[in-house]
Design a protein around this ligand. Structure first.
Ligand SMILES: [Zn+2]
Ligand SMILES: [Zn+2]
Length: 418
């Protein structure tokens, strides 16, 4: 695992969680790119051949991992490619994507490197250990498409590398891996998203990170700031971070880099792929229905409300993101109460079953007692604005200008070379 605070002088290995105990996956099908070139390790035993099986199934049975084809039964099974590099890979089916969101689905994905299957808390877990630069080749184009301009993809790769090596969040340390494979950390869906463009951007920026005061930057990013980025401390607990401060995301003419003036909606579709029909992330409206919000308060806060009377923003951050929201409601007896929802994350979670685009909105109560939210931006808004960075790249800005715009005063440094 990565050591917090350690600045690597050569390419490190990283550990990515692919199957988490919370996924409750009980079996997985495993396919090799070449069955002759993989070894399987269990406990202290090495099984040098996969018995010429290109494919086998691994299931969790009574707390043990069982593979009938290979006649193996153990609590840990590791698959190791016999030659390092990019020629050998393993394909898994039934991997969770969009974990915890309404668009959660199962995907089939292929991975370079070592796969470790184990049992954690009585559940199946799988960790992929691979060189960082291999991982990065898959990441830049997992969220944004390979059609994006090279200066954007290079920027995105440097930001992903910096965030990962800064290693501040460590959400999964307990399970023994650095990051998971989903939006909770960084979206990583294996080699399928590795394209010529993402390989080029990883190679061109090999080992490069942004640094501030001799520390690797905790380079946060989100889809669209909405015109102004947010201060770190308004989204996460802790002290202000000097390079994660609110900046106006506009060009010299005052147009926001993330606005349709610079990145037209039609082009955005090519750049980020599965934009939904509304597709308005710079400015949007969203209707919150009485019944929906009542249900959400019941499910997520255990509050029995019969009517929502008002939604009143209390505190807002620099980007307009609401940090504290008052919800005034009526109970079964007809008495009114007020609860306060803290944090942009919780506000987005409660306001929409599909997780509201952002907490930067104003509230309009409509005649039918529902609420219309007039919002801007997509995501927490701290650090790099992905659509804005795309807009800057389209406008001709290079990697260093883009990084300097979103992370003031940082330095671009190469930590290691090939
Ligand atoms: Zn995670
Ligand atoms: Zn922006």
């Amino acid at each position: 695992m990565l050591t917090p605070g350690l600045i690597p002088n050569k390419e490190p290995l990283i550990r990515v969680g692919l199957i988490l105990p919370e996924d409750e996956i009980h079996s997985v099908s495993i396919t090799f790119s070449d069955s002759q070139c993989f070894e399987i390790e269990t406990g202290n035993q090495l099984h040098p051949s996969c018995k010429n099986n290109d494919q086998f199934n691994l299931s969790l049975v009574d707390g043990k991992l069982v593979t009938p084809e290979l006649e193996i039964e153990d609590t840990a099974i590791t698959i190791i490619p016999s030659i390092p590099g990019e020629n050998l890979f393993t394909t898994l089916d039934g991997i969770t994507a969009g974990r915890g969101f309404h668009w959660e689905k199962k995907i089939t994905a292929s991975y370079w490197g070592v796969l470790e299957f184990s049992v954690k808390d009585g559940k199946l877990m799988c960790v992929n250990e691979l060189p960082l630069e291999h991982y990065l080749k898959c990441v830049a184009t997992s969220e944004m498409s390979a059609q994006c301009p090279p200066e954007f993809l290079k920027t995105q790769t440097i930001v992903a590398r910096s965030w990962l090596l800064a290693n501040i969040e460590q959400k999964h340390r307990r399970f023994g891996f650095d990051i998971c494979n989903d939006d909770c950390c960084q979206r990583y869906q294996g080699m399928v998203h590795c394209t010529e463009a993402s390989i080029k951007s990883a190679d061109a920026t090999f080992g490069q990170v942004i640094m501030f005061n001799d520390q690797i930057c905790d380079a946060r990013y989100s889809k669209s700031c909405g015109g102004m980025t947010e201060n770190y401390e308004n989204v996460w607990k802790g002290n202000p971070v000097s390079y994660l401060i609110s900046v106006e995301d506009v060009d010299t003419k005052g147009n926001a880099f993330c606005s349709p003036e610079i990145v037209p909606e039609e082009r955005l579709k090519t750049y980020i792929g599965n934009v939904d029909e509304q597709g308005q992330y710079f400015r949007w409206t969203y209707q919150v229905k009485q019944a929906e919000l009542i249900q959400s308060l019941k499910e997520k806060r255990n509050i029995i409300a019969t009517k929502i009377l008002n939604l009143i923003p209390d505190q807002t951050g620099a980007s307009g993101r609401i940090i504290d929201l008052f919800v005034e409601y009526q109970d079964l007896q007809g008495n009114s109460h007020v609860i306060e929802i803290h944090s942009e994350y919780e506000i987005r979670n409660i306001m929409s079953p599909s997780f509201l685009y952002s907490s930067a909105f104003s509230v309009e109560k409509t005649e039918d007692s529902n609420f219309l939210l007039h919002g801007k931006g997509w995501g927490h808004g701290v650090g790099l604005c992905q659509i804005g960075a795309l807009g800057m790249a389209i406008s001709g800005y290079g990697v260093e200008s883009i990084l300097g715009h979103y992370y003031p005063e940082v330095k671009l440094i190469r930590l290691y070379s090939k």
